[in-house]
Write a protein that binds this ligand. Sequence first.
Ligand code: PMP
Length: 992
Amino acid sequence: MAWDDSRTMTSELSISVAEAASYLRDRYGLGVVEASVIGSNEDINVLAALADGRRVLLKVSHPGVSRGSLEAQNAALRWLAASPDVRLEVPLPCESTAGHDVEPWTDAARLARVLTFVEGEMPSPAVRSPAGHSRRLGSAAGRVALALRAFEHEGLPEGGPWDLRSARRVLDDAAQCVGEDGDTTADALAATLAAAEARMGPVVGELRVQPIHGDLTADNVVFDPAGDARGVIDFGDVGRGWLAAEIAVLACSLLQHDGDPIAEALHAAAAFDQECRLDDADIVALWPLVVSRAVVLVASAARMLAEDPTNEYAVARAPLERRMLARALSLSFDEAEILARAALGRLATPPVAVSPMVAGLDGADEADFSVTSVQHQADGWMQEGHLEVTLLRWGNSAGTTVTRYAEHRLTSRAIVETLPRSFAIGIDAVVREGALVRAPADGIVVSGGGARSASGDVRASIGVVLDGGATAWARGIEPLRAAGERVRARDVIARVTAGRPSDSDGHAAAAPQAVVGIGWCLAAELEPPGLVAPRAESLWRAACPDPSALVGREARHDPEQAPGDLIARRAAVFAAVQERYYDAPPQIERGWRHHLVDTAGRAYLDMINNVAILGHAEPRLTHAVAQQMGLLNTNSRFHYEAVVEFSEALAARAPDGLDAVLLVNSGSEAVDLAIRIARAATGRSDILALTEAYHGWTVGADAISTSIGDNPGALATRPEWVHLLDAPNTYRGRHRGADAHLYLTDALARLDALDADGVSLAAMVSEPIFGNGGGILLPDGYLRGLWTAVRERGGVCVSDEVQVSYGRLGEHFWGFEQQGVVPDVIAVAKAMGNGYPLGAVITTRQIAEAFAAEGSFFSSAGGSPVSCVVGSTVLRVLDDDDLQENARVVGAVLAHGLRALAARYPAVGAVHGMGLYLGVEVVNGGPDQPDPEAAAAICVDLLEEGVIVQPTGDHKNVLKIKPPLTIDVEAVRRFLAALDGVLERRQSRAAM
Ligand code: PMP
């Protein structure tokens, strides 16, 4: 017999599998061949494999559980098994030899049952719901709920802690255990629950009460290999409760996932509704119950952890439950109900013919607020209220203006919110102040809320419920009719009022224009907001269709581009060897400083763009390029000032003696040229390089690129003129920690061996910091010792400064300064051009002249006027904005925060680097267990949180952290919080 002889709990209630096996033999006559304890929140469960091949589950309940409730559970299981429409397996009670299906446990204080085991797949806790999964879960829940409706049993419990009718009591009981920090304090939870109760108030009396499963989440459904729901398990919470709670519990659990969790939750509700129809009261109560469930989960976890801080289950669940609550609260109850009605298909149909609510807009210009709009200037879009200010400005100069329906807008919130409201589900129009708003058809007036504009005046909204139920809304108006009044088509119902935003130049205030928002809502009489988060978009479009007709315009029919279309086009023509970040990448079309913005209007923190050292869309650079492009762009054989100015600036930055500059277009070219120059200067051809390095794609630079992360065959395919030293990786390599100095000893021995083989080196080429490895610093004294030895042998020392120079290290402008050495040749690129193709070799006059012996050197675009203006401007902005100092200060905050995470999460093995050139080792145990899968998954999870990071290194397990040097402490905090959340949730899921 094979036992996993772990005990279920450390408390006195624990049982061993050996005890379980003898119990099964003695009471049930079952021969057990193998048994193991399986996790459960409250019961003790032992899964036993029987001699006849079946598996059964022995469940020993908590002392407080009554016999009656267990009998009710057993009866419910039999009831469901006998209900043909359920089409789901459930565990069935087995009878003991004495003919009972509930038996006392050996200690007599507890009760035991034996249930058949529902075989199938339990998907491990997923980050994302697989396609169609939520619908299958919703459908299963609907069938169970429908079948249980007619079930009766006097032992069915009611009013227990998971019955959402008891939510208030559960919260009160847990209140003193709930922490005082963060946004889930006892007071905050109480206020949240009160809001949910208030929302449900009008319908609570109508909610149907019946037997329900009570915990029908993805954790309690097993699937067949094809992904269909096969069975439902864990009926421990079966009892009487609100029918709507059955689907709310499932919907709430789906909110823990990434992707579009709100849509998933509502798709589950729709599938539930298909099986077990939800009525109007259920729909009103759905989201308040989702919120209540999340509150109960968060509060109960706090209580469990206060009682037993070692409760691993509660520890693991807590971050996911907090996430469910945050997600549930990301929508207002109105918004959630609108979406629920759309998901369930309970929408009104708008009338075929309507008349315009506001006249004179049929010929109005259309404003473009999309992410790619050239109408957004520099950072203007980041000002709060910029939309209104800009609209009014345009409206003033161009007459009336309207915005586009279903446009993803660039909004000021993008920079500060992970998922900003960027999707327009209405139309905004600039009209004359005082313009009249008319009823679009016969209907009844409903009034909405008042909203305070930037200038402080209160503007209200008004809706007209048309015959048939569709509601037409106007916002930014002064209502002239009262709620409940019947109006006829074209009756005046409101007047447009000025929402004069505080425009500093007084432009808007002087002109009698105002912004009015117009939109449809086909879900009850609810008032939708003008902008929603770019999630559940098809539901929003269904509930709030194009209101063009309400402003007297033709609806636009833009062919919608599915997100996959552009990827497919790219794959068709852009050779696949040129990799792409992410399987499902956001389409990034705009950048600003250390932010990248996708076409849905989400901004991501750019933590990897070391090239864009000044940040994206730097206005001084944009201006300088545009200006020079308009003047002249030619090659460096012509005589112009820019090339002189830039070469002087570079030489001035380089150490004394390095004052001959050659200009090219990229890092690869710079490294390649450095190799040629070293060869010309020495008359030799062999090069010494390091393993785990990357130097570029040209034939020469590629020859000394040894990273097996980039090229798995790299080490076996180097040409014979390349000689390699082991990368001095002090974290994972041969010599670690205090032994790091031995790398130099090894390297010198290797040079001796090369001497013995008759090899004469032209040069040693390396990065001064172990860049490709994730920013690991070279051992102290390494380059000093090695370069001395190389020079003694007549070789030239080349520093590849492509990644780590230009102040990124904070303490140093050049990377070699960190090692206290001066090279003979510098190869530099990337940051030089802030993304514009620009590279340089800087060397001594003597070496440059030796190279001249090979004939002239010419690069058509290298040193062009535009590239030189770029180069000079980058250096100037770097100085003007003190970005190297920013790298030092903000980099220290970042490194400190990352080290704090490393102390808390075993998955973070180490933090390498300095300044704003950092690497985070993702490991599974220690330096010798790099974890590339986890690193890749963390990057995908971080994308969800609005952060762009990618892994590097031979094992692709080091997160490279090298943002634009504009990054500030606020962004660093946001990044650290996102990484913290991702690591915490990963740990949670792994523990479950
Ligand atoms: N050297 C180093 C250290 C690099 O990191 C890179 C690019 N990643 C290069 C050279 C090549 O630069 P480029 O891509 O501009 O050709």
